[in-house]
Design a protein around this ligand. Structure first.
Ligand code: GDP
Length: 283
């Protein structure tokens, strides 16, 4: 797995002299955002000595370390009969449904029975995909008829989680951003429905973002955060992409911390975000 600063490091390691404009553009290209990119270049230039590839990565590491929050604690189960409820949102294709399945598997692996709600009733394929995951991983999936009200699916899933004695409920939602208004209303209604059943639900609203899409992920975070306050990110496709820098501007601008990462298509390729590890693996 290549860290997201590997290509910058490798390029500089083979160069006699740094081209500062190019380095700034490369930082922006690594999704660190224009402000931090400029600051880093200014600081490195101010060192007033020959700057190595290691100096560059070290400076970036320090700034990223300062800007990212301490790791969030893992979501702990609530009292019996009160499922800890995740609402997972994001645009189609980022890996949202896969991440819901992986998260459920991760929680079940810790001994906590989990229920999945297929609340993307708009796309039959999304429900089928979640059902296939459920069968494969042994996790119950609650669904509704095609085009039914997603909030009623979440309501039924919440009821079933209580009946089954499940400790977690994960609601997978639709991601059709082209009809943004409807989607945002739909998410608001799901939130209201869940809150009627348990006033503290949803307990964690997570945005799935694709680490390889860079600044698009920041835009998506802004749009969803307005409609449905986000508590954290699931950063997908962190495997082999040499990406993930976007988490820095997302946290800086919106204070949404990375919570989980996806590192492949298999259910086990999922973990809590670990800041120390992220910083270690920049290159
Ligand atoms: P959704 O439309 O957002 O629900 O996206 P899906 O869950 O259907 O995933 C879209 C594609 O991304 C699928 O081919 C997944 O297997 C793939 N995918 C999801 N998460 C990851 C990941 O962490 N790494 C990689 N390499 N692929 C992933």
């Amino acid at each position: 797995m290549a860290g997201f600063l590997s290509s910058i490091y490798n390029k500089l390691a083979n160069k006699a002299e740094i081209d500062w404009d190019e380095l700034e553009a490369d930082f922006v290209g690594a999704d660190l955002g224009p402000k931090l990119s400029m600051l880093l270049v200014d600081e490195l230039q101010d060192l007033g000595r020959k700057v190595s590839a290691d100096d560059v990565v070290e400076a970036a590491r320090q700034h990223i370390a300062q800007r990212l929050p301490a790791d969030s604690p893992p979501p702990l189960p609530l009292s019996a009969g009160k499922p800890f409820t995740f609402l997972v949102v994001g645009v189609n294709g980022v890996g949202k449904t896969t991440s819901c399945a992986k998260l459920a598997h991760w929680l079940q692996g810790r001994g906590a029975p989990t229920v999945l709600a297929a609340a993307d009733t708009f796309r039959a394929a999304a429900t089928e995909q979640l059902e296939r995951w459920g069968t494969r991983l042994g996790i119950p999936v609650v669904k509704g008829p095609p085009n039914s009200d997603p909030s009623s699916v979440c309501y039924n899933a919440h009821q079933q989680a209580i009946t089954d004695g499940a400790r977690y409920l994960i609601c997978d939602t639709a991601g059709r951003l082209h009809t943004r208004h409807n989607l945002m209303e739909e998410l608001a209604k799901i939130r209201r429905t869940l809150a009627k059943q348990d006033e503290s639900a949803p307990h964690l609203t997570l945005l799935a973002v694709d680490a390889t899409t860079g600044s698009n992920a920041l835009e998506q975070a802004k749009v969803f955060h307005k409609a449905s306050p986000l508590d954290g990110l699931i950063v997908t496709k962190m495997d082999g992409s040499g990406k993930g820098g976007i988490i820095v501007p997302i946290y800086e601008q919106l204070r949404i911390p990375p919570r989980f990462i996806g590192t492949g298509e298999e259910p086990e390729q999922f973990a809590l975000f670990n800041k120390a590890r992220f910083l270690e693996e920049l290159i």
